[in-house]
Design a protein around this ligand. Structure first.
Ligand code: FAD
Length: 382
């Protein structure tokens, strides 16, 4: 059996390895137009590669039932066991699961080594431009046509095109009659109408609340990072997922800079600070850089007190940063077009896995977790 896999990143490499271990006599060829295996993976988890999450479940995804259905067949302990069988030892930071080396580059080089020792062939710097699905599947590559018995597409979404996933096969899939849910950047900073340049670079632990038409759709406590033209940080990234999934909403972001302090207590601190140091009362509670901004924000918001602004700083006109700044793509190949083993319902011997599907998770190892889950389910079905 000749297997062609397009995409040598998380889902493509996992699938190649699982398939070759299950069927040592199969010939597995993996194509990628990037110049190295797992190019995007080096950047994951801030260079540490957050592989999975102890709370891996559908509630962290846009499609909870789809994920939970898969997990009922391939639960988290099974996925962890499969990683362990490959010699991938892990460590936990809270619920986040990383390779024991805590190094994305060591992880990629290890996976590459596993694949090579199994006899998997990589074709790097090779673009797949089109394909034909007849009795055999022909991939039209920059090195000429290649014939396979089965082909698995693991080409990712549109996020960070410089790392390989640039949507170059989207038109081809449309020509084959596949429907896609519109792609949006997800897990990215948010531009705001309010100018934030004055506090650019400031980090602060805060509770963020995302509202759509005044209704709360997401809340999280975490570090917020102010940028020249908006806000960033893990909690903001997670909020961006909700905007990406429903871009036509009417959003506002509220930031409580002191989620663990009651407003009365904050008022008392500020009163006391004003008496003791009238010229720099904020210094008692916040980075000085924030002071001017808060006075400005208080006026803009029409708040009666500074403590009210500190507890509820509001940002409007939220816009997702572009794909180049997003970690994942929301939207993708419609899940109605694949079966439980990730095979196409339209074309025999063609499968789709990983981020190219209409599946997106929050930060915390959920997206690499889905790459693993889809790769495992796909390889088990073949
Ligand atoms: C900066 C950053 C940090 C991240 N950190 C984490 C994290 O810590 N934890 C987590 O769970 N997720 C993280 N993610 C998300 C995670 O990396 C992706 O969800 C995951 O890599 C998706 O895997 P994939 O194999 O499906 O797609 P991709 O990783 O996007 O790989 C697709 C591959 O297909 C290749 N390709 C595309 N088109 C063609 C073509 N026509 N011909 C040949 N090759 C082609 C591309 O070059 C690419 O290598 C992060 C993403 C980024 C950008």
């Amino acid at each position: 059996m000749r297997i062609g896999i397009v995409g040598a990143s998380a889902s493509g490499i996992y699938t190649a390895i699982f398939l070759k271990r299950k069927h040592p006599d199969w010939k597995v060829d993996v194509f990628d137009h990037a110049d190295k295996v797992g190019k995007k993976l080096y950047a994951t988890g801030n260079g540490h590669c957050n592989l999975l999450n102890e709370n891996f479940s559908g509630r962290y995804f846009n499609c909870p039932e789809f994920i939970d259905g898969l997990l009922s067949k391939y639960p988290l302990p099974k996925l962890k066991e499969e990683l362990a069988n490959l010699g991938i030892a892990t460590l936990n930071k809270g619920d986040l699961i990383y390779p024991l080396s805590y190094s994305a580059s060591s992880f990629v080089s290890y996976l590459n080594g596993v694949a090579l020792s199994l006899g998997i062939s990589f074709h790097l710097g090779v673009e797949v431009k089109a394909y034909e699905a007849n009795k055999t599947i022909t991939l039209y590559t920059s090195e000429g046509p290649k014939a396979f018995d089965k082909v698995i597409f693991a080409v990712g979404g549109l996020s960070q095109p410089a790392l390989g996933s640039n949507g170059s096969l989207l038109n081809e899939f449309s020509n084959h009659g596949y429907a896609f849910k519109t792609a949006q950047p997800s897990l990215c900073p948010l531009k705001t109408k309010e100018k934030t340049k004055m506090i650019s670079g400031v980090r602060h632990e805060a509770k963020i609340t995302l509202l759509d038409n005044k209704k709360i759709v997401y809340e999280e406590v975490g570090e917020i990072l102010f940028k020249d033209d908006g806000v960033s940080g893990i909690a903001v990234f997670n909020a961006s997922a909700f905007i990406a999934r429903n871009p036509s909403g009417h959003y506002e972001l509220e930031v409580d800079l002191f989620p663990n302090l009651e407003i009365d207590k904050l008022a008392k601190y500020l009163d006391c600070a004003k008496k003791n140091s009238p010229a720099s009362e904020f210094g008692a509670v916040l980075e000085e850089k924030f002071a001017k901004y808060l006075v400005f924000a208080m006026k803009m918001q029409g708040d009666k007190s500074l403590e009210a602004t500190l507890k509820r700083l509001v940002f409007h006109g939220l816009e997702l940063y572009p794909f180049a700044s997003s970690q994942v793509t929301s939207g993708g190949l419609d899940l109605m077009q694949i079966d439980a083993g990730f095979a196409s319902k339209k074309e025999n011997n063609v499968s789709f896995i990983g981020e190219m599907l209409d599946v997106d998770g929050l930060c915390g190892g959920f997206n690499l977790g889905f790459a693993l889950l889809s790769a495992y389910a796909c390889s088990e079905s073949l």
